[in-house]
Design a protein around this ligand. Structure first.
Ligand code: TXA
Ligand code: MG
Length: 324
């Protein structure tokens, strides 16, 4: 089993051990406000190869590079005025920007899957202290094996990777609970490549511009990680349920009971008060709890499509998609 070091009680030891392992090219699981990341030195090709191998991730799927701040990010990539304004408004936070790589950047092409752009995020909390201490960008996908649910606790990560991981930093449950929102600026347009933990309506309010969603079928492949079946629990998922079948797990929203609950294997409510941020923070952990019952099916009651509901429904649709 991986060593788990608590960043809240042992911050100095966590920083020291993480920097030491990262310098040896060993991936380390780290807490971020969105989900836990599997981090490695973005300039070290061997370390990046280890990430792809540990996750079982296809090499055509680029990694997000995490930076301590915008100044560090600008050393590696070119920020047009609109991308810079987005960074200034929302970093540190659950936002990833796709920007052109600088030719002189030390970020290894393997981390970008050979693309001439790079996904950059400045995370909040302990991750930013680690980035400052380490001094180089950290490539970090979500710390789960490919195709599975992203981890929102250190325990999820340790259970998934077992002995294949040396060190997990435990920062407690992820505050946001959904992966970052991914945007790409193209001329005057802000394009949404992945809905996530930063609410699109908040981006529109702050910038005074509309964010463009992908209309074309299959266009989401532009963020190559956005394959249809993803974020999947083991059990099949049934969406928009208005009742629960005997032996099913029900994950509902908003506090109202559904017919059939007495015969359910387990009933969980993402947010009895109907709060979408609370629902987002609980989503992945509840999917894992549902799986742990061994139930044959997981039913979800409808979630509103407003605010963070857009990203929650995106993950639910992927969880319910036919498995590849
Ligand atoms: O919240 C998050 O974003 C978490 C934490 C750890 O930061 N990370 C995360 O990474 O979700 P990952 O690898 O699971 O998802 C990264 C997504 C993928 O869909 C990938 O295709 C896309 O970002 N991506 C990365 N670089 C890209 C690029 N240059 N162009 C287009 N998409 C890119
Ligand atoms: Mg992921």
């Amino acid at each position: 089993m991986a060593d788990i070091v608590d960043t809240r009680t042992d911050a100095a030891a966590a920083l020291e051990r993480a920097c030491e392992a990262l310098s040896r090219g060993v991936p380390v699981a780290i807490p971020t406000e969105t989900v836990y990341g599997l981090a490695a030195d973005a300039t070290d090709p061997l370390a990046i190869t280890r990430i792809y191998e540990m996750k079982g991730r296809p090499r055509f799927n680029p990694l997000i590079c995490h930076m301590a701040d915008l100044a560090m990010a600008e050393k590696h990539a070119v920020f047009d005025p609109l991308s810079r304004a987005l960074a200034q408004a929302f970093w540190p936070g659950p936002l990833t920007l796709i920007v052109p790589i600088r030719p002189e950047s030390a970020i290894h092409p393997l981390a970008r899957a050979g693309l001439d752009t790079v996904g950059i995020r400045v995370p909040a909390g302990f991750a930013s202290r680690l980035l400052t201490a380490f001094g180089r960008p950290l490539a970090a996908p979500s710390a789960n094996t490919s195709g599975r649910i992203s981890p929102t606790t250190a325990r999820h990560v340790a259970d998934d990777f077992g002995d294949r991981l040396e060190l997990v930093l435990d920062g407690g449950p992820a505050a946001v609970g959904l992966e970052s929102t991914i945007l790409k600026v193209e001329g005057d347009a802000i394009r949404l490549l992945r809905p996530g933990g930063l609410d699109v309506s908040e981006i529109e309010r702050v910038t005074g511009r509309r964010v463009q969603r992908n209309e074309k079928a299959g266009a989401a492949i532009e963020a190559p990680g956005m394959l249809a079946s993803h974020y999947a629990p083991v059990a099949p998922v049934r969406l928009d349920a208005s009742d629960v079948k005997p032996g099913e797990v029900l994950i509902r929203f908003g506090g109202a009971p559904l017919p059939g609950e007495d015969a359910a294997a387990l009933v969980l409510d993402l947010s009895p008060a109907g709060n979408l941020a609370e629902a987002a923070a609980n989503l992945f952990g509840y999917m894992k709890r549902a799986d742990a019952t061994g139930a044959g099916s997981i039913a979800f009651s409808p979630i509103p499509e407003t605010g963070l509901g857009e990203a929650i429904n995106d993950r639910l649709q992927r969880a319910a998609a036919p498995r590849g």
